[in-house]
Design a protein around this ligand. Structure first.
Ligand SMILES: Nc1ncnc2c1ncn2[C@@H]1O[C@H](COP(=O)(O)OP(=O)(O)O)[C@@H](O)[C@H]1O
Ligand SMILES: [Mg+2]
Length: 149
């Protein structure tokens, strides 16, 4: 699904990570482990298109995505669940999930997706009308992951 080859990323032309290669296959979970400041978040920002590669290639579902803008990547199925969650605190659980589903045009697909994440995280269904900011940290993390899915 995802292939990263010799990726170089950085900020303002100052490289931060060099020669990173990895592959993620369907139904596989891949973790990147490293100390603070090692460049984990930078790699994820590169994958989700927030910053653009200085060298190397990123291939997603058979397509080179080096220059694909972030909003297009979301439509292709790439979602970045941010470390700090960044939920819309005043909005309800359901409204946050609907924002995650804004790229889905078909109402039936949206409804099926919602059911899937409610199956995964029943807590969210129980509290779908509750404001996100009143959730505990762990519950907010569930919501952030569910919104990405
Ligand atoms: N927006 C930014 N501008 C400049 N440097 C940054 C920026 N974000 C991160 N960095 C630098 O890039 C390096 C890697 O950071 P980061 O990817 O956040 O590491 P990690 O997620 O592994 O803790 C660090 O040296 C950090 O200071
Ligand atoms: Mg980080």
């Amino acid at each position: 699904m995802l292939k990263v080859e010799n990726l170089k990323l950085g900020y303002d032309n100052v490289p931060v990570i060099f020669d990173v290669s990895l592959e993620v296959h369907e139904k596989e979970v891949v973790s990147i482990v490293g100390s603070n400041g090692a460049g984990k978040s930078t790699i994820l920002r590169g994958l989700s298109g927030v910053i653009k590669p200085m060298a190397g290639t990123i291939t997603f579902m058979g397509e080179t995505i080096n220059h694909v803008p972030a909003h297009r990547l979301v439509e292709m199925g790439m979602a970045h669940v941010p470390e700090g969650r960044q939920l819309f605190g005043k909005l309800s659980v359901r409204e946050n999930l609907m924002l995650g589903a804004y790229v889905l045009k078909d109402e039936k697909t949206k409804k099926d997706c919602l059911e899937q994440v409610y199956d995964l995280f029943p807590r969210l269904k129980e509290r779908e009308d509750q404001a996100a900011e009143t959730f505990s940290g762990g519950e907010q993390q569930m919501l952030a992951i569910a919104r990405g899915l």
